[in-house]
Design a binder for this molecule. Structure first.
Ligand SMILES: Cc1ncc(COP(=O)(O)O)c(C=O)c1O
Length: 425
C-alpha cells in the first residue's frame, strides 16, 4: 500500500496552513471611510501635504525603516526607476543586478535607459555575491541594484566598501525586506537609497504601491521631483524642471498602509518565531537545511523564507521530485529565491529591446551585449537543484503549522524508496 500522497496514500497535512492574506479588519475600513468622507483623494489636496494619509504614512515608514526620508510612489518598479533617476543613472551607464530576483529589478534599469549587468549570487544566502559584483565593475558602471532576496539582508559591510571604492550609487531593492535589519539597522537607507513594493503579496501591502527611502537630502529632493512630473518644492505648481512622470500615491493607498503598518511588527515577530521553530526541526532531517544565519542579520523580515535542498543527503532524490512529493502531502513549499535567473526570460534571451535596440544598442553605450550568452553558474545551479522557499503567510499561524510542514518533509524523507520507485529511478 502506498504511504506517500503522490502515490495515492493519505496526505500528511489536511488543514489549511496560515491565514488568508492580507489580514484586514475594521481599522482598514475606518481609514478608507475617512478618505472617502474627506473628499480629498489625492495628497495634493492638503494645505500641508504632510497631513495627508500618504504624508503620514511616509513619516511613519521612514521612522520604521530607520531612514530620514520616505517618498511613497505607485509601485516597487516605479520606485526603482525613480530612485535610479534621482541617483543620476542615465543612458550609457551600466547597472549591476543579481541574477536571482524578480525581473523588475533589471527591467527598471533598462527603463531608465541603462544597461543591466547580471551578477552571480552567494549559494548560502541567494543574495548578490560581493566578489562577483566587484569583478563585474567596468568604467561604465554607475550603480548597483542589490536585492535582499527573500528579505535576507545582503552582506552590507562588503557591498558598502565596494560601492565606496568604485564610487557607485547603491540602490537597495527591499521589495522582500520590510523590517529586515543588518547589524541593528533596518535596510533601505544603508546604501544611497532603498525601494519597497507594497503590492498585494508583500508583507506590507495596499494592493499596489511602493516607496523610496534615503538619508540623503539631495536624493530625496530629486526623487520627489521625478515622482511629481518634474515639480520642485517651493516653486509654482505649473513650473516644471525635469522630464518626469506622475508616480504619486493616492490617499486610498496611504490610508490602507497606515492601518497595515500598525500590524507589521507583530507579524514579523510571529513569523520569526515560527521560522526559528521550523529551522530547528529541519536540523533533524537530513537533506534540508535553513540558511546559516549570519549574526549580523539581526532581523529577517521575510517575504518568502528561503532554505536549501541537498540532493546528495536526500538519498539522491532530485529537488523537483521532492517538491512534487511534499506538495502532494500538502506542504506549501516552492522553488526558492524567486525562480529562474532573470536573464533566462525571453526579453533578455531574444534581446527584445524594440526597433532601435536601446538601451543596450545605445550609441552612448557602444559595447556589444548578447544576453543569450549570459551565464551565472551558481544562480543556475541553485535554481535547478537547491533553492526552496515558503511564503510569508504560512508563518502567521501557530507553531503546529510548522510541525505539520516538518511532518510532511519527514514523511517524504522516510519514504525515499517508495518515491524512487514512483519516479522510475
Ligand atoms: C525584488 C523585487 N523588486 C521589485 C518588485 C516590483 O514591485 P512592484 O510589483 O510593486 O512593481 C518586486 C515585486 O515582486 C520584487 O520582488
Amino acid at each position: 500500500m502506498a504511504k506517500l500522497a503522490i502515490n495515492g496514500g493519505p496526505k500528511a497535512i489536511t488543514k489549511s496552513i496560515g491565514p488568508d492574506w492580507p489580514i484586514r479588519d475594521d481599522s482598514d475600513l475606518q481609514q478608507l471611510k475617512e478618505v472617502l468622507e474627506s473628499g480629498n483623494w489625492w495628497r495634493g489636496g492638503f494645505e500641508d501635504p504632510k497631513q495627508s494619509k500618504v504624508g503620514r504614512f511616509e513619516e511613519a515608514f521612514a521612522k520604521y525603516q530607520h531612514a530620514k526620508h520616505c517618498l511613497a510612489v505607485t509601485n516597487g518598479t516605479t520606485a526603482l526607476e525613480c530612485g535610479m533617476k534621482a541617483a543620476g543613472v542615465e543612458a550609457g551607464d551600466e547597472v549591476l543586478v543579481p541574477a536571482l530576483t524578480f525581473v523588475a529589478s533589471a527591467t527598471a534599469i533598462a527603463l531608465v535607459n541603462a544597461v543591466p549587468v547580471f551578477v552571480d549570487v552567494d549559494p548560502e544566502t541567494y543574495d548578490i555575491d560581493p566578489a562577483a559584483m566587484e569583478a563585474a565593475i567596468t568604467d561604465k558602471t554607475r550603480a548597483a541594484v542589490i536585492v535582499h532576496n527573500g528579505g535576507y539582508p545582503c552582506d552590507m559591510d562588503r557591498i558598502l566598501a565596494i560601492a565606496k571604492k568604485h564610487n557607485l550609487a547603491l540602490i537597495e531593492d527591499c521589495a522582500h525586506a520590510h523590517g529586515s535589519e543588518w547589524k541593528g539597522r533596518r535596510v533601505g537607507a544603508i546604501g544611497s537609497l532603498g525601494t519597497f513594493s507594497f503590492q498585494m503579496g508583500k508583507t506590507l501591502t495596499c494592493g499596489e504601491g511602493g516607496a523610496i527611502v534615503t538619508d540623503n537630502d539631495d536624493l530625496a529632493e530629486k526623487a520627489f521631483s521625478f515622482h511629481h512630473i518634474g515639480r520642485v518644492p517651493g516653486r509654482p505648481f505649473y513650473e516644471f524642471h525635469r522630464v518626469a512622470s506622475n508616480l504619486r500615491m493616492t490617499e486610498w493607498q496611504g490610508a490602507i498602509l497606515l492601518s497595515q503598518l500598525a500590524r507589521l511588527d507583530a507579524q514579523l515577530d510571529l513569523r520569526e518565531a515560527n521560522a526559528k521553530h521550523l529551522a530547528a526541526g529541519l536540523k533533524k532531517i537530513p537533506g534540508v537545511a535553513s540558511i546559516a544565519r549570519d549574526p549580523r542579520v539581526t532581523r529577517w523580515g521575510f517575504y518568502y523564507w528561503n532554505f536549501h535542498y541537498r540532493q546528495d543527503e536526500f538519498e539522491g532524490i532530485p529537488r523537483d521530485v521532492f517538491l512534487k512529493a511534499v506538495n502532494a502531502e500538502g506542504a506549501p513549499i516552492g522553488v526558492g529565491a524567486h525562480g529562474q535567473p532573470i536573464y533566462q526570460n525571453p526579453l533578455f534571451r531574444s534581446m527584445n529591446f524594440g526597433r532601435t535596440g536601446c538601451p543596450v544598442k545605445c550609441p552612448l553605450y557602444g559595447k556589444p551585449v548578447d544576453y543569450a550568452k549570459t551565464c551565472c553558474p551558481t544562480a543556475e545551479r541553485l535554481h535547478q537543484t537547491q533553492a526552496l522557499s515558503i511564503g510569508h503567510r504560512y508563518f502567521l499561524g501557530g507553531m503546529e503549522d510548522m510541525d505539520l510542514i516538518l511532518s510532511a518533509i519527514r514523511k517524504v524523507r522516510e519514504n525515499c524508496d517508495e518515491l524512487r520507485r514512483h519516479c522510475g529511478q
